[in-house]
Write a protein that binds this ligand. Structure first.
Ligand SMILES: *[C@@H]1O[C@H](CO)[C@@H](O)[C@H](O)[C@H]1NC(C)=O
Ligand SMILES: *[C@@H]1O[C@H](CO)[C@@H](O)[C@H](O)[C@H]1NC(C)=O
Ligand SMILES: *[C@@H]1O[C@H](CO)[C@@H](O)[C@H](O)[C@H]1NC(C)=O
Length: 313
């Protein structure tokens, strides 16, 4: 009996603590955060609250991109801090505060976790994901740079059995060699992503990149680098080495022009944390150093445009 009473008391104390915490959290939620809940996927992602100067997070996964950042000479490093195995480097680019990190990327969830650690520990205004991608159309040549406006996960599959009543768009039989026919692997249906946005879960196939930043990015001009805007990026945690037919399929079915393995997890992280987002992808080929350098030039220009006020004439 005595023990039971004691436990009930402890439980009452715990509940009181929970209530205090919940009330506290409700009090902290700012009214501006709640205003943006309608049509979330059409709006821009951004920190709505304070006027404080906030850093820009710059995240890469490929070592060639870190090399390109180093060699650009524009990153003035101040300090670095190790958090959960990641090295976050703090410094400035064109006067803007930058938090840079290179994240592990296999599986792609690593990048989402890295972004969360960054968002939890630094005052960020937005994140830039710098990396390489694979062209899904012949109109993108190696070394050009894509700033996609929509990112879709093409890695969330329901694998349908052979002769299912509702087949998915990826029918393995269509790829039989030498002639299309039946294939026991059946077909694949693609599912929408679930996105945490303004503390609710929404479903959408395409996730938009922050419109405000895309607008700034549309003014980017870099000598001898072709920059493409308004394209769709197909992101799936599958390295497409045997890509010849599947890339045609992704282009045809989804209208995607470029693919990568990690930007979807970065986009989900940016939305969850109400951060601005920009994705910059160099179109990859045999010379990754050249491609990374081109993508870095575009990031350099973007940070310049968002941080240096235009000279008054
Ligand atoms: C880039 O520079 C940092 C700081 O000097 C260094 O620790 C890192 O190894 C360099 N990365 C590459 C890929 O050269
Ligand atoms: C580097 O960081 C320290 C500590 O935050 C700060 O006091 C200092 O002004 C910074 N230096 C530069 C050059 O930004
Ligand atoms: C890369 O491939 C192109 C043709 O696609 C070729 O002209 C070039 O020499 C190659 N470069 C290297 C470094 O292999």
């Amino acid at each position: 009996m005595g023990v039971a009473v004691l436990q009930r008391e402890r439980w009452a104390v715990k509940m009181a603590v929970v209530v205090v915490v919940v009330v506290g959290l409700l009090a902290m939620a700012s009214p501006t955060m709640q205003l943006n809940v309608k049509e979330p996927l059409r709006g821009t992602v951004q920190k709505s609250s304070s006027e404080d100067p906030r850093a820009i997070g710059l995240i890469v996964t490929a070592i060639c991109c870190e090399k390109a950042l180093n060699e650009s000479g524009i990153f003035h490093v101040n300090s670095s801090v190790e958090l959960l195995g990641r090295t976050f480097v703090l410094g400035k680019i064109h006067g803007a505060d930058i938090v840079y990190v290179r994240s592990a990327s296999r599986p792609a969830a690593n990048l989402g976790i890295t972004l969360q650690i960054m968002a939890d520990n630094f005052k960020l205004g937005g994140v830039i994901l710098l990396g390489l991608g694979l062209a899904l159309t012949d109109s993108l040549s190696v070394g050009s740079v894509v700033i996609p406006s929509l990112i879709g996960s093409t890695g969330v599959w329901t694998w349908q059995p052979f002769q299912a009543t509702k087949e998915g768009p990826l029918k393995f039989g269509d790829f039989n060699f030498p002639y299309p026919g039946d294939n026991l692997l059946g077909s694949v249906k693609y599912k929408k992503s679930q996105i945490y946005i303004h503390e609710e879960v929404k479903e959408s196939f395409w996730i938009p990149v922050t419109a405000e930043w895309l607008q700034v990015a549309s003014r980017i001009q870099v000598d001898s680098v072709e920059v493409f805007h308004g394209l769709k990026l197909a992101s799936a945690d599958v390295h497409l080495d045997n890509e010849k037919f599947y890339r045609r399929f992704l282009n045809l079915i989804f209208g995607a022009s470029i693919s990568d393995t990690t930007s979807i997890t970065g986009a989900l992280g940016a939305y969850s944390n109400n951060l601005r987002l920009l994705v910059v992808r160099g179109v990859s080929g045999n010379d990754t150093d050249m491609v990374a350098a081109n993508a870095m030039k575009v990031v350099d220009r973007f940070i310049y445009l968002i941080s240096v006020p235009p000279a008054s004439s």
